[in-house]
Design a protein around this ligand. Sequence first.
Ligand SMILES: [Zn+2]
Length: 217
Amino acid sequence: MGVNNNSKELFEEQQFKYIDRFKKFKLLLRDVKTNVIKTYKTISKVFDVHDMRPILIKKGNWNQRKISKIDTIIIHQELGIAYPNRSNSFAINEYHRLYNHWVGSAYHFSIDLNRIDLCNNFGDITYGAKNWNERSLHIVVCGDFAAPTHRGCQKPLEIQLILLEFLIHKLLENPALPNLKDWEQVIGHNEATGKINCPGNILTEKIKIWRKINGGN
Ligand SMILES: [Zn+2]
């Protein structure tokens, strides 16, 4: 019973369920211009995807692919780039551009404190996981999380987990991604390559649970 069988109505129901789960959280949102974190009472905008592509500075262009090549979603963590605060799409983009000398952020999406940022086009072949980039969409959860050989100083926020799960559902439902339909196509970076510390213990466990409850392995 993969999520690909869900009707539009079911998806809307699902979205409602997520929003319900959100009601218990105090909403902390980062102001993109000032980087200040504020408290909001409304949840109406939380599930919006924020298009960061016009804001993030790129150095050149990523190689391009046909969208039909995409058949995998790979989940990442930050691994301590921005200790002691959780990082954000800007910081990751600058780190990858200035220190790794890449075009920009290696991730198509970032899950910030509690917002979803779109950072690259689906057609961009970014550098998220060696030998997997032509086929993958990369999502990073901002934070420094414990992993087999990495101490980590933070935990994924419950809000981040909800947003991540929601975003994955949304991508698997997206008719523009014809070969990305099932939770079995969602993996951690550690499952793709030998990067054992990405995305960390909690996210690795979560991905397995989500695959299971959504009909995968
Ligand atoms: Zn990774």
